[in-house]
Design a binder for this molecule. Structure first.
Ligand code: SAJ
Length: 453
């Protein structure tokens, strides 16, 4: 047989297999016999693994960190939203197991990639975790698999970066394997919206990729929204979080403006939000923390600039938000000054240090920048946070102290940086000598001398 004929013959043989691949995978997804995998067992990946196990899938979690793999395999959850008893029940039933080895990919039918997408020091996107995971998957990919990237990233990542790497395997997207993007929308600590009831946006490289990916999510997510491409799906998430960054920046700029006019911005916002339409309240704060909002807009602006756009509004919002920690330090200095005191030598308690209320996550928390700034100006800094046991400020590790009348009385200034629900604010209002409240946590507590943002 001529080489060309052989190729046609092989192709003809393969073509029925290829169209069969999609059918077989869909069948396995529907009857739950699909072996599903999650790469990256963090605050996104672990809840996803649990949700798929809950629907009857055999889940393999893959993570580089030995301690995470060991913790999962012993049913010890390190993610607030996943109770250990829930995890243990699925591990004991052999529905979830974790491994460090990406060779496990060979045996899987679907793979969700939930690895970090941080920023580099120069605020450029850092796709090193995604690329490392995808290159490892390429070495173990086989026909009939669905791969979905969930990590927040700029439009074009799946099509321009992930797809070429996977096709180095010789397999063809849409025929031999399926590739899609679906932005993670996990809101850590949110009791009302969790993986199964947060609508899921999905976009595939081809129509068939979208079809297979939508089918997978439909098995364990109440509402699945298909979009026309991976680029659109990537852009959806960036719009969602850039929307927040820009509106938080507006709230922060309103706070700075109200401060200069002697107006209470919290009263203004609370009154404005009585408007039953056309308004959505955002609030000023000591700065922008977390692993999403301070970071995601930079993925968008980087890509926009690479394509000749100038996203000045988005960049300006980031600038305004990044000024809030320094503004807060000045606010504390002015408040002490009114009492005839200086930052230098004052004892200052940071109340709440995680990046937002009712979570233990301190990533990018502005509280750390503020405490570091106070320390740099010679203040003795302390903190109390029911969710965080210790933090590092410069080279010093500081432990959380108990919130007692004595502690409060002993401080020259108590600054509320994160408004955890469980804190006894009546105690704070009663025994603190000076309070700077960046979250309006003491609203309703009769203490007229509180300094607010
Ligand atoms: N913040 C303000 N003022 C506000 C809202 C937030 O200063 O009005 C600050 C927070 O204190 C925090 C930072 O901004 O430091 C981010 O807060 P966030 O409420 O946006 O919480 P995140 O970072 O956990 O954002 C996540 C995002 N979820 C995903 O990316 C999947 C975001 O899309 C959600 O809308 C958000 O949770 C949420 O609504 O809780």
């Amino acid at each position: 047989m001529e080489h060309g004929e052989a190729a046609v013959f092989l192709r003809n043989q393969i073509v029925p297999q290829r169209s069969q691949l999609g059918r077989e995978l869909k069948k396995k997804i529907r009857d739950r016999s699909a072996k599903v995998g999650v790469v990256g067992l963090g605050y996104v990946g672990l809840p996803l693994a649990v949700e798929m196990a809950r629907k009857g899938y055999q889940v393999t979690g893959i993570d580089l960190m030995r301690e995470k793999v060991d913790a999962v395999n012993s049913g010890m959850s390190y993610v607030l939203d996943v109770p250990s008893e829930t995890l243990l029940s699925f591990v004991s039933a052999n529905k979830i197991r974790a491994t460090q080895s990406l060779a496990a990919v060979e045996k899987l039918d679907t793979l969700n990639i939930c690895v970090p997408t941080p920023l580099r020091k120069n605020k450029d996107p850092d796709l090193s975790y995604v690329i490392a995971a995808v290159e490892a998957i390429r070495n173990h990919i086989r026909p009939g698999q669905l791969i979905v990237l969930e990590s927040t990233t700029y439009p074009g990542t799946t099509r321009e970066i992930v797809l070429p790497i996977l096709e180095e395997s010789g397999l063809k997207v849409g025929h031999d394997f399926f590739l899609a993007y679906s932005p993670e929308r996990v809101d850590p600590g949110n009791q009302k919206y969790t993986t199964h009831n947060i609508p899921k946006v999905v976009g595939g490289v081809t129509a068939r990729c979208t079809e297979v990916a939508v089918l997978l999510y439909e098995q364990f997510v109440e509402s699945v929204i298909a979009v026309s491409s991976t680029d659109s799906a990537e852009m959806v998430k960036l719009l969602e979080n850039t929307f927040r960054s820009v509106n938080i920046a507006l709230a922060n700029e309103m706070a700075l403006t109200c401060h200069s006019l002697g107006i209470n911005v919290w009263e203004v916002i609370n009154a404005a939000k009585t408007k039953p339409f056309g308004f959505m309240p955002f609030y000023p704060g000591p700065g922008l923390g977390g692993h999403c909002i301070p970071i995601d807009p930079y993925y968008l602006t980087w890509k926009a600039r690479m394509n000749g756009c100038e996203p000045r509004l988005i960049e300006l919002a980031g600038h305004i938000n990044s000024q809030m920690p320094a503004f807060t330090v000045r606010l504390i200095a002015d408040a002490l000054n009114e009492k005839g005191k200086t930052l230098k030598g004052s004892r200052i308690l940071g109340l709440g240090v995680s990046y937002k209320r009712d979570t233990n996550d301190v990533r990018e928390s502005p509280a750390l920048q503020i405490l570091e700034g106070l320390h740099g100006k010679g203040a003795s800094i302390y903190f109390s946070d029911p969710y965080v046991s210790s933090i590092n400020i410069k080279e010093n590790t500081i432990k959380s102290i108990d919130l007692t009348a004595e502690t409060l009385r002993s401080m020259d200034c108590v600054v509320i940086l994160t408004d955890h629900s469980s804190v006894d604010y009546a105690l704070v209002a009663k025994f603190s000598r000076l309070i700077v409240d960046t979250r309006n946590a003491l609203q309703g507590y009769s203490r007229s001398d509180v300094v607010v943002l």
